[in-house]
Design a binder for this molecule. Structure first.
Ligand code: SAH
Length: 314
C-alpha cells in the first residue's frame, strides 16, 4: 500500500502549539522527533531509568523538531491531508513558525522486503537458531530452531542480552524444569526453554503488544501447550514456583525483581538475569546476593553483562 507522509518542521517554541492544534483536529497518532527530549536523556541518563536508547537520537541536537503523520492515498487520506493543512495554516496565523512537505512514499511491501533482507537465520546459542518464517533452515546436528518474525516486541534473538540468556539456559537449565520468563517480549526465552526440554514456562510482560506477539510466537512454534504468556508487572500477583527464572530486563528492574525472584524459585533453582550494563554489574550482583542467591557466573558480551545465580537454602 502506498501512503502519504506529512512532515512538519517547527520552531522549538512552537512545537507544543502545533501538536495541540493537530490533536484538537483529531490527529493523535503523531510521530514526534524532538531533540530536546534527546538532550534530556543524554544529560541525565538516570532520569528515565533507560539503559537502552537509540543512538540516532543523539545526532545533531540543534535540529528543529519534526512532527510526522501518515495518511492513506485514498479519498479519506486526501480529506485528512486537507484538514491537516488547514490546521497548520491556522497555527501559522497564530504565530507558529513552521514548514511542511508531503511525500507519497513507498509501498510497505518494499519496506517489508528490506527488513527481510536483513533478517536471516541466526545462531543465538550453542543449539538454538532463530529463523524468520520466509527463510528455510536445515537444522544440523542437535540444532533447535525457533521461528520468529521481527515485530513490535523486543526479542529477535539478535541482541546480546538475549543471546547471553539463551546460552545460560543451554548450560544451566535442568531437563523438565518449570521456567518463569520475566519480561518475555516476543516470548523468545520461554520458547528456547521449552525447546531445550522445560516441562512448562510462564512468560510475563507489562506490555500488551508483547503479550499478544509472545502468545502468537508460542503457538507458531507449536508450544502453546507448554507456555503461557500473561500480562503483569514483574511477578506481582503471580503464584508460580520455578526451577529457573530468566529475566532479561535492565539493571534497575533486575534489582527490584531479585527479592521476589527468591520467593518464586525452588531451593537450588537457577536465576538468569541480563540487560545489565557493565557499569551496573557490581550493584546488581550485590542485590542478587542479598536476595539469597549465590552467583555462579557473570557472562560478558561487549558492554552487556548477564549474571547467573543459584538459590541457596532459604
Ligand atoms: N525476554 C526478551 C525481551 C527482553 S526486553 C529477550 O530476552 O529478548 C524486556 C521486556 O521486559 C520488554 O518486553 C518489556 O515490555 C518488559 N518489561 C519491562 N518492564 C516490565 C515489568 N515491570 N514487568 C514485566 N515486564 C516488563
Amino acid at each position: 500500500m502506498r501512503y502519504r507522509e506529512l512532515k512538519i518542521e517547527t520552531g522549538r517554541e512552537d512545537l507544543d502549539a502545533v501538536i495541540a492544534e493537530l490533536a484538537g483536529g483529531g490527529f493523535d497518532s503523531l510521530m514526534i522527533d524532538d531533540p530536546d527530549d534527546a538532550r534530556e536523556i543524554l544529560d541525565d541518563p538516570g532520569k528515565y531509568k533507560y539503559d537502552y536508547y537509540n543512538e540516532e537520537i543523539a545526532r545533531d541536537l540543534d535540529r528543529r523538531p519534526v512532527i510526522t503523520l501518515y495518511l492513506g492515498c485514498d479519498e479519506e487520506g486526501a480529506a485528512g491531508l486537507q484538514k491537516a493543512e488547514e490546521l497548520l495554516r491556522r497555527a501559522e496565523e497564530g504565530g507558529a513558525d513552521l514548514s511542511y512537505e508531503v511525500n507519497t512514499t513507498g509501498d510497505d511491501s518494499e519496506w517489508l522486503y528490506k527488513w527481510q533482507e536483513n533478517f536471516r537465520p541466526v545462531r543465538v546459542g550453542e543449539r538454538i537458531v532463530v529463523k524468520p518464517s520466509w527463510e528455510s533452515y536445515e537444522p544440523a546436528g542437535d540444532d533447535l530452531v525457533i521461528e520468529m518474525d521481527p515485530g513490535m516486541a523486543f526479542g529477535s534473538g539478535l541482541h546480546e542480552t538475549t543471546s547471553m540468556c539463551i546460552k545460560a539456559l543451554e548450560k544451566y537449565m535442568p531437563e523438565g524444569a518449570a521456567v518463569l520468563d520475566v519480561g518475555t517480549g516476543t516470548g523468545i526465552l520461554a520458547i528456547a526453554a521449552a525447546l531445550l526440554g522445560a516441562s512448562g514456562c510462564l512468560g510475563i510482560d507489562i506490555d500488551d503488544e508483547a503479550v499478544r506477539v509472545g502468545s502468537e510466537n508460542t503457538a507458531r512454534n507449536g508450544l502453546a501447550d507448554k507456555i503461557d504468556i500473561i500480562k503483569g508487572d514483574l511477578t506481582e500477583g503471580v503464584d508460580y514456583k520455578a526451577d529457573v527464572i530468566a529475566a532479561n530486563l535492565m539493571a534497575d528492574l533486575v534489582m527490584r525483581l531479585s527479592p521476589a525472584a527468591a520467593e518464586h524459585i525452588r531451593e537450588g533453582g537457577i536465576y538468569i538475569t541480563s540487560g545489565i550494563l557493565d557499569i551496573k554489574e557490581d550493584i546488581v550482583r550485590d542485590a542478587v546476593e542479598k536476595a539469597g542467591f549465590e552467583v555462579l557466573e557473570t557472562i560478558a558480551d561487549g558492554e552487556w553483562r548477564a549474571i547467573v545465580a543459584r538459590r541457596g537454602r532459604a
